[in-house]
Design a binder for this molecule. Structure first.
Ligand SMILES: [Zn+2]
Length: 140
């Protein structure tokens, strides 16, 4: 299938947050809460290229840490409660914030990978051979 018959995303962040396919913007990106589907059910795009690795977890922890810490400090200074109260309030709040952020962040990163055609680095041996020949010609 060519990409010409689909309206590819121009805003990968928005498409990813909505959990939609970056090529057709109609199919679903996820099979479960965080598990990616193998391919888009509408356009057939294989999601094998998608590898956000620890990116969603890093961003979720970073984004959730500051408000959670602020809440914990405010809660402690306002009420002077014992430590175990934080175990049943601040810790679950932090975990819930992280869980709520993981899916949209993963969708954003996968759609950005598709949009920017990001992939693992590789050595282009033909390009290097051409460059070496060009340098040799310049030195003569
Ligand atoms: Zn699709």
């Amino acid at each position: 299938m060519s990409t010409g018959e689909y309206k590819e995303t121009e805003v990968p962040a928005l498409t990813g947050i909505m959990g939609r396919c970056p090529r057709c913007q109609k199919g679903h990106l996820f099979r479960g809460y965080l598990q990616l589907a193998q391919r888009c059910e509408v356009c057939g795009l294989d999601y094998g290229f998608a590898d956000p690795a620890d990116g969603p977890a890093f961003f979720a922890m970073t984004l959730a840490a500051v408000p959670a810490l602020a809440f914990g400090v405010w809660f402690q200074t306002s009420f002077g409660l014992p430590l175990w109260v934080h175990v049943i309030t601040t810790v679950p709040l932090t975990i819930l914030c992280c869980m709520a952020l993981l899916r949209p962040l993963k969708g954003w990163l996968v759609c950005s990978q598709y949009f920017h055609k990001a992939e693992e680095g590789s050595i282009d041996r033909e390009w290097h051979a051409e460059r070496a020949k060009a340098r040799q010609r310049e030195q003569k």
